[in-house]
Design a protein around this ligand. Structure first.
Ligand code: COA
Length: 333
């Protein structure tokens, strides 16, 4: 392989409206104490009128371009499971709103693993000489598909967007992505799903309200699978890169639940301080989760140039994946 995909910039964007645990407890049978101890989450952001997954993606994308010192990208990929509309994809409009009309632009749907899948796809477009740069955005507005009466999912999920710019560079240079591992298991797709709205329910004529228009999750089963699959994916990525697990300075995992991060650390025998986390303030932001944690990690100094870093995700599908890099000198925006 003559060239590599190199991370050159990172950016993020959150909607303004904050929903605290206490605010949720005013309408639902829950408490701040339950949510904090079971998930580590204190607050989350949600979109309001005039905002959408696409508008969050545009702002995060703009900041990643600025962080990389450019206003150009050859391809725009948006990882999302809450597109602005079921059809068309969200990415072309996001690209146009960034002044990039004409470039290739498409969505990737792998729920909470979407950003890692998008990174893998973007890296392949660069290493195959198809393009010199890709803007990879993870954006979701799960508040729009949650059951207002479901205290479990309302406590966990928040809206947001994060992005990185990948450029072509040399294998082995800081920021070069390597050791990509992706996987899926469709036999357990029902663990995380929105039953209605797709062709299966529409073709059989079942009304959406009957089929289930809201996001549904079997939390306990998801929890244990998330721990196992993210730990395995991290180890596979480290192995491919020739790193021992102990060589990994920073783990940037999908922010699903603070207890999931702690359980992965435990399973791998790694100190919890090496796990970058912002879940307390944003909750589980689905495809935005990893790039938001990257942007926050750069801003607060948790991520510094030279650190051996592994990103890993797990989510609906089921899907999972990981990728590694030596953290480059990235400008916070
Ligand atoms: N407030 C109070 N009680 C709640 C609650 C809330 N917000 N949400 C659930 N409960 C209740 C349940 O109804 C259940 O009550 P019961 O025992 O009377 O039936 C009890 O708490 C325990 O529920 P359980 O689901 O076993 O709790 P948990 O410790 O597994 O925590 C999750 C639930 C959702 C926080 C946890 O399973 C989780 O984080 N799973 C992974 C989620 C995830 O990341 N999904 C995205 C894809 S990666």
């Amino acid at each position: 392989m003559s060239r590599a995909a190199v991370l050159a910039g990172v950016g993020a964007w959150l909607p303004e409206t904050v929903v605290t645990n206490d605010e949720l407890a005013r309408h639902l049978d829950t408490t701040d104490a339950w949510i904090r101890t079971r998930t580590g989450i204190r607050r989350r952001r949600v979109i309001g009128p005039g905002e959408s997954t696409g508008s969050l993606a545009v702002e995060a994308g703009r900041r990643a371009l600025k962080s990389a010192g450019t206003d150009e990208a050859g391809v725009v990929v948006v990882a999302t499971s809450t597109p602005d509309r079921p059809c068309p994809a969200t990415a072309p409009e996001v690209a146009s709103r960034l002044g990039l009309t004409g470039v290739s632009a498409f969505d990737i749907a792998a729920v909470c693993t979407g950003f890692v899948y998008a990174l893998g796809t973007a890296a392949a477009l660069i290493t195959s000489d198809t393009t010199d740069s890709v803007l990879v955005i993870g954006a979701d507005a799960f508040s729009t598909i949650l059951d207002p009466e479901d205290r479990t999912t309302r406590a966990v999920f928040g809206d947001g967007a994060g992005a990185v710019l990948l450029r072509s560079g040399e294998p082995g240079e800081p920021g070069a992505l390597g050791g990509l591992h992706l996987g899926s298991d469709g036999t357990r797709s029902e663990l995380i799903e929105v039953p209605a709205g797709g062709s299966r329910q529409r073709a059989s004529g079942v009304p959406a309200a009957e089929a289930g228009p809201y996001f549904a999750m079997r939390g306990k089963a998801v929890f244990s699978e998330a721990v196992r699959k993210m730990a395995d994916a991290v180890e596979a990525t480290a192995h491919s890169l020739g790193w021992a697990p102990g060589d990994i300075d920073r783990f940037v995992l999908h922010q699903a639940n603070a207890r999931i991060l702690a359980a992965v650390a435990d399973r791998m025998g790694m100190p919890a301080e090496r796990f970058v986390s912002n879940i307390e303030d944003v909750g589980n932001t689905v495809a935005a989760s990893i790039p938001l944690a990257l942007a926050d990690g750069v801003a607060d100094g948790a991520l510094r140039a030279g650190q051996h870093t592994v990103l890993a995700g797990f989510g609906g599908g089921l899907t999972w994946g990981a990728v590694g890099l030596v953290w480059p000198d990235v400008t916070p925006v």
